[in-house]
Design a protein around this ligand. Structure first.
Ligand SMILES: NC(=O)c1ccc[n+]([C@@H]2O[C@H](COP(=O)([O-])OP(=O)(O)OC[C@H]3O[C@@H](n4cnc5c(N)ncnc54)[C@H](OP(=O)(O)O)[C@@H]3O)[C@@H](O)[C@H]2O)c1
Length: 188
């Protein structure tokens, strides 16, 4: 049974045309050179304090494989020591103790296992998992960081939705880097 206090957030960064990666999975375009004079600066202390409020991460296997590649290239592991759940039907390498694999019914996993145990549950991609989470009515909010670039084609933020999902715009922040962060609550 879901607790009323838990919150499921989908968070990703995308190009203005709605892609989270190029077709080949690359995300080189996430580094842009724009400057928006009226924007906020990302204060590392604030970012660190914010990351502490996240209680666990959930991601699809392809996002996990990207994270493993980043780590292998010496670019670090973005999810710290927080419990991290990987959705997959395959046997994938487990490189740290806080990583766990799950396959099967996502709704019972989120409502039966994650919500009773964690308050701030972050779905960090990719597009297949973000869409599945929304289709099943599991998400409370969507955080969409738009980068100042168009890449033409790629992997979409929401891979396949069957119908409309009404949202409430709850917060907008613009940064000096030209990134705009939109936070929407999912209207139930
Ligand atoms: N820009 C950003 O912020 C951002 C964030 C995250 C990811 N990305 C990029 O997005 C790309 C990956 O996104 P994607 O949409 O292709 O894939 P994805 O959502 O990361 O992973 C999809 C895979 O997860 C597994 N899966 C999904 N639901 C499942 C369930 N209920 N039970 C078991 N397994 C399940 C399936 O793989 P199996 O075959 O293993 O079963 C599925 O093919 C990568 O290139 C990554 O770099 C970008």
């Amino acid at each position: 049974m879901a607790t009323t206090e838990s919150r499921v957030t989908i968070h990703m960064a995308a190009s203005l045309d709605g892609f989270i990666a190029r077709k080949d999975g690359s995300v080189d375009w996430l580094e842009t050179s724009d400057e928006f004079a009226g924007g906020d600066t990302m204060d590392p202390v604030v970012v660190e304090a914010f990351l502490k409020t996240i209680d666990c991460y959930v991601m699809g296997s392809r996002t996990y494989e990207t994270a493993l590649n980043f780590e292998a290239k010496g670019l670090g592991w973005a999810y710290g020591e927080k419990p991290t759940f990987i959705l997959t039907h395959r046997q994938l390498p487990r490189t740290r103790a806080n990583v766990e694999f799950h396959s099967g019914d996502l709704a019972s996993f989120v409502n039966g296992r994650l919500r009773p145990a964690f308050r701030n549950i972050w779905f960090v991609g990719g597009g297949v998992v973000a869409a599945e989470c929304l289709r099943l009515g599991l998400a409370d909010e969507v955080c969409y960081s738009i980068l100042p670039i168009l890449i033409g084609h790629g992997i979409p933020f929401f891979e396949r939705l069957d119908g409309d999902i009404a949202l409430h715009l709850a917060e907008v922040k613009a940064y000096k880097s030209g990134m705009v962060e939109l936070r929407y609550e999912v209207r139930k």
